[in-house]
Design a protein around this ligand. Structure first.
Ligand SMILES: *Cc1c(COP(=O)(O)O)cnc(C)c1O
Length: 218
């Protein structure tokens, strides 16, 4: 099934939209099957799980980190992550920069924007992202690659569409305002339940778990 599901997404996604196969909570065999089918980009949201999988599975996999990242876990994630999609505090950003400096490695990141309605949802406000990008050059070991966001958790397509419209507008605004950030080109929106709504808003990355690997057993 995993191979068929991947083939479906490769066929349906427009060129230029990167598919991240979100493999969190799924075993090595499932990832290996997806890898054998040709998938190379995977997403994980727990540091230890990412670290263990990255050390075991083929080295040409690109791992995206998608979860809440505590600063004491950076060493489990930053050596392996091709992209940290979930930078959500200034403190985390500063610590990533510090780790990059110490390890002479520039870390590609997305800033996670709080867009959905849920109070618990993590992420920066728009004002915080603006403040931070005005100071972007202070973070010499961070590469700002774009924005990540999650829409409200609802079946109401109009609400989700409005969430995606808002982040897409803000993304376009930032690209105009900060042309010197030449890598600021990724908009990571869309998951199993709402990716079709994300595409017309210019998603460049979709993060698909359940629709590829099935339900997660927690
Ligand atoms: C788990 C997760 C996904 C994938 O969710 P599905 O609904 O299973 O596709 C995408 N993005 C983030 C940030 C996640 O934590």
């Amino acid at each position: 099934m995993i191979t068929e599901n991947l083939q479906y997404f490769w066929k349906e996604l427009p060129p230029g939209v990167k598919l991240v196969a979100v493999s969190k909570f799924h075993p090595l065999e499932a990832i290996q099957e997806a890898y054998n089918a040709g998938q190379r980009v995977f997403g994980e949201n727990r540091p230890q799980e990412l670290c263990q999988k990255a050390q075991t599975l083929p080295a040409d996999i690109q791992w995206h980190f998608l979860g809440h990242l505590q600063t004491n876990k950076l060493k489990m994630v930053l050596p392996y992550a091709a992209l940290v999609e979930s930078v959500d505090t200034l403190h985390l950003l500063s610590e990533i920069d510090r780790w990059g400096r110490a390890n002479d490695k520039v870390i590609p990141v997305l800033l996670e924007l709080h867009i959905g309605a849920e109070k618990t949802k993590q992420g920066f406000t728009e004002e915080e992202v603006l403040e931070l990008l005005f100071r972007a050059e202070e973070f010499r070991f961070v590469r700002f690659c774009g924005l990540m966001g999650m829409a409200s958790h609802t079946d109401d397509a109009a609400t989700v569409d409005a969430d995606f419209a808002r982040i897409a507008d803000f993304f376009a605004y930032l690209r105009d305002l900060f042309p010197e950030l030449s890598d600021f080109s990724e908009l990571s929106i869309g998951m199993s339940g709402d990716w079709r709504l994300a595409i017309p808003h210019g998603a460049t990355i979709v993060r698909i778990g359940t629709a590829i690997f099935g339900e997660r057993s927690l």
